[in-house]
Write a protein that binds this ligand. Structure first.
Ligand SMILES: [Zn+2]
Length: 483
């Protein structure tokens, strides 16, 4: 990877301060003869992380191997929290805790079947969407009505889907910034609810994804108030394409699908947010909050989404502060139950809203390289924005005028109208893997993962030692300016 090649020649010099820090632990007579070493600079820490980090990989490798899938609200997610807390304690984090909250929990069940009954009988590969209802035992069989887009479905007359199964297609394209998720996503987010409100018995969608493997992409769907949930599933892209070819060949004959799925609602169960801190020297200064989420969908091991994010932020918090206590506390938040409705992020904000944070940032877009830095304080605190931007240039990261809005796990930063930073990752292959059985450790490129850790080390190192207010109160973009 090109971003790491510029400083290879100075490895020995730049890693020397770490060795000097280690000398401080030697017996007194020898230490007395050794001049005290300055702690490594932010640049040296980041450079070392870029070449040598093992912590982030270790986190992802460990949790995907020892815990595996971590469906929100289940005992598997609870084991994930226990694993993460043990890891944080082993890495020297303080105040490690599991902050529990209650949630309404859905589980996928074990039967996920679809088959075309006529005119071209054959099985299709399907998985349920989060919040899907179960079919009757033994399944349901009905005619399929195809919609090319959600807007086409929206335009269908009221009641026109009574007794039918709605199928929704779309045309999602891979993009570096993942922006096509916003274009294609509504087929999953709201399609089943719209179809149900028009009388559909069930909804089947083309997976919201960009790969051509027979791996359905699951993810949450939703039903409007007053509309009873129906069965809702995602076909893999090859299976969706097959179904669409059937429509082209059927010559007007009805296409009949049999669908059988048995997801379940468990009622209220306990989830939780894992927190841990590197405690700063000045407790009067609001902390730097770095976030990720600990849950995953049941069908993969949640390596990209989002064990990688947790490994990146926690490893960087460690590297940015090792051997020199930071000015501000760095708090790691590994949010629970993000995938099924941001429950952990909402609960964290509700519990801590009156405890100001200085800045919030999260990693939740896989493990590929970071290419852009944005903040919401470029106008209000240009000097700091420019200092961070300048420090990231050597990693191949640019900046822009775009105002950072943060991700799913940092509701608290938006609720407090505080400083937010986005470190945008390359999402070109993210939606090949997102919410599929293919979200596994082997998909992570160790060199790109280390590039993430190095950049996060830089950013945390700067923020945690910044004495001035990062975003002055009332200066948040869109907050009505300074009054
Ligand atoms: Zn995620």
């Amino acid at each position: 990877m090109a971003t790491g090649e510029t400083h290879d020649t100075s490895t020995a010099v730049k890693t020397l301060p770490f060795a000097l820090v280690a000398l401080a632990a030697l017996p007194a007579p020898l230490a007395a003869r050794t001049p005290p070493a300055p702690p490594p600079t932010v640049e040296q820490r980041a450079d070392s992380a870029l070449k040598n980090d093992r912590l982030a990989w270790g986190f992802v490798e460990g949790i995907t191997t020892e815990v595996g899938p971590r469906q929100a609200g289940t005992e598997a997610e609870a084991r994930g929290r226990q694993w993460a807390m043990a890891w944080l304690r082993a890495q020297g984090f303080a105040n490690v805790a599991d902050e529990p909250f209650q949630m309404d929990t859905w589980v996928p069940g074990t039967i996920h079947r679809a088959e075309v009954v006529s005119p071209f009988a054959q099985p299709l590969v399907i998985q349920p969407l989060g919040d899907s209802a179960a079919t009757p035992a033994g399944g349901l069989t009905a005619q399929v009505v195809m919609f090319r887009t959600v807007d086409e479905l929206r335009a269908a007359p009221a009641g026109s889907l009574a007794g039918k199964i709605a199928y929704i297609s779309h045309a999602m394209t891979p993009t570096q910034d993942g922006s096509h998720y916003g274009f294609a996503g509504p087929a999953r987010w709201v399609g089943a609810g719209i179809a149900a409100s028009k009388g559909a018995l069930a909804t089947v969608i083309k997976s919201i994804g960009t790969d051509w493997h027979r791996n359905p992409h699951t993810g949450g769907t939703s039903f409007p108030a007053g509309v009873a949930p129906t069965p809702a599933g995602a076909l893999s892209l090859p299976d969706a394409a097959n179904l669409e070819r059937m429509f082209a060949r059927a010559g007007g004959r009805p296409i009949t699908l049999r669908l059988e799925m048995n997801p379940q609602r468990l009622g209220q169960t306990t989830s939780g947010n894992v927190v841990g801190e590197i405690v700063g020297r000045d407790p009067s200064l609001p902390p730097v909050l770095v976030a990720c989420h600990i849950d995953s969908w049941w069908n993969g091991t949640g390596a990209f989404d989002d064990a990688a994010g947790c490994g990146i932020v926690a490893a960087a918090a460690r590297h940015a502060t090792a051997g020199a206590q930071p000015l501000r506390t760095v708090r790691v938040l590994m949010a629970g139950a993000e995938e099924v409705g941001l429950h952990g992020s909402v609960a964290y904000s509700a519990a801590h809203r009156d405890q100001p944070i200085a800045v919030g940032l999260e990693s939740d877009f896989g493990a590929d390289r970071i290419y852009r830095f944005n903040s919401n304080f470029r106008a209000a605190n240009r000097a700091l924005h420019d200092r961070i931007a300048a420090a990231l240039v050597l990693f191949g990261v640019s900046t822009s005028d775009e105002v950072a809005t943060g991700g799913a796990d940092i509701n608290i930063a938006r609720d407090q109208r505080t400083a937010i930073i986005d470190l945008q990752q390359d999402g070109t292959r993210y939606f090949d893997l997102h919410h599929t059985p293919d979200d596994t450790l082997d998909k992570i490129d160790p060199a790109q993962l280390r590039q993430n850790v190095a950049i996060w080390t830089t950013v945390i190192g700067i923020l945690a030692n910044e004495r001035e207010t990062i975003l002055p109160a009332g200066q948040a973009p869109g907050s009505g300016g300074s009054r």
